[in-house]
Unconditional design. Structure first.
Length: 364
């Protein structure tokens, strides 16, 4: 495992914000398998149960439970550990919650990002930083057009707008303070709708489905016809890790915004993905309950840049992504005590599949 990404992560100290969340837990686990020392900085796990606790992540990392909005504490911990690289995932990540807590959403997602980028200006050890935002950062016209990295930022709801604003913060800091040849590389990643085992968030499609299936209740859909770029969690993270392995070597070339989206065949409706989950689970029914809050109905990403420049490509199609997701929850229900080893095996299976599809980050 340590040979992946040209052995870049072996022996590196990686500072991960949001390490207690869904994607943060997967990333922290994978980084430890790659031989990195992970310094986590996050609020406590946002759900109970949580993937972070199920995998016992804190046994193998430095676990700092802190707020990204506390700049003094953030700078203090960065200074203490002097990381080689920073990966910023900390966020208020739910659309519906952003309607309930708009100010908290903007504070965490925008000011929190600025706090981090401002702090690492004075941490000489940091050679690169990746900020994960969202596909929802774009000004979505809901047309049949895949958004490219140079399309305008925007956002109707507070969550989407906060991610668009975070992208502007990243761009401003990169051009104002990280614009020299030997400056740290600053990149942003806009991933699709990420799915995978261990997500227990409220008001998110896959966890809501699993909870309904586990309790033999109907699965309630708010926007059954909405189309999203669904992708397996390790797809976005493999792209992120590939970018990270290049960023410190050439900050000017790779310090930019990157889309990491799935195969175009993964762009299917909410109802279609739920029907596939039900089929793989073996039972379940759907209930349609319309939503009064605005949510985007159509969204696609153009990932040509990461494909052409870094030769990255998706490994799993939609069927494989759903299969791996459902299998994780079934395994967790069967024996939660073994879920760490099962999650590691899913990473190993994904790496094997990526090797068969000749993905460059496996072979170099």
């Amino acid at each position: 495992m340590t040979t992946l990404f040209d052995r870049f992560y072996q022996g590196k100290t990686i500072f991960v914000t949001g390490h207690t969340g869904f994607q943060g837990s997967w990333l922290s686990l994978w980084l430890t398998l790659l031989g990195a020392k992970v310094i986590g900085y996050s609020l406590p796990p946002p759900t109970n149960p949580s993937l972070f606790d199920s995998l016992k992540i804190k046994k193998n990392i430095v676990n700092n439970i802190q707020d990204i909005n506390n700049k003094d504490k953030l700078f203090s911990i960065l200074s203490k550990y002097n990381p080689d690289m920073v990966i910023h995932l900390a966020a208020q990540s739910l659309v519906r919650k952003s309607y309930e807590l708009p100010l908290e959403t903007f504070t965490t997602n925008v000011i929190g990002t600025a706090n981090l980028l401002d702090s690492i200006r004075d941490i000489p050890s940091v050679k690169s930083c990746i900020v994960m935002t969202s596909d929802k950062a774009y000004e979505n016209k809901e047309w049949d057009y895949a958004y490219r990295e140079n399309d305008p930022m925007g956002g109707y709801d507070p969550y989407s707008a906060s991610k668009g604003a975070a992208e502007l913060i990243v761009s401003s800091y990169r051009r104002s303070f990280y614009n020299k040849k030997n400056s740290p590389g600053i990149a942003s990643v806009r991933a699709g709708n990420v799915i995978g085992g261990g997500d227990w968030s409220q008001d998110r499609l896959i966890p809501d489905c699993i909870r309904s299936l586990q309790s033999n209740k109907k699965i309630t859909l708010r926007n059954p016809k909405s189309i999203r770029p669904w992708q397996y969690v390790l797809e976005s993270l493999s792209g992120l890790l590939l970018i990270g392995s290049k960023l410190s070597k050439n900050s000017q070339r790779f310090g930019r915004a990157w889309n990491i989206g799935p195969m175009t065949t993964n762009d299917i409706s909410v109802k279609s993905i739920v029907e596939k989950i039900i089929k793989k689970w073996g039972s379940g029914t759907i209930n349609i309950k319309r939503n009064n809050l605005h949510e985007a109905k159509y969204l696609r990403l153009d990932s040509s840049n990461i494909a052409n420049i870094l030769k990255w490509k998706p490994t799993y199609n939609i069927e494989e992504s759903i299969t791996e997701t459902v299998k994780w929850y079934v395994a967790n229900d069967s024996n939660n005590k073994l879920i760490h080893d099962y999650t590691v095996s899913q990473i190993e299976d994904y790496v094997s599949a990526a090797k068969k599809s000749e993905n460059t980050w496996v072979h170099k």
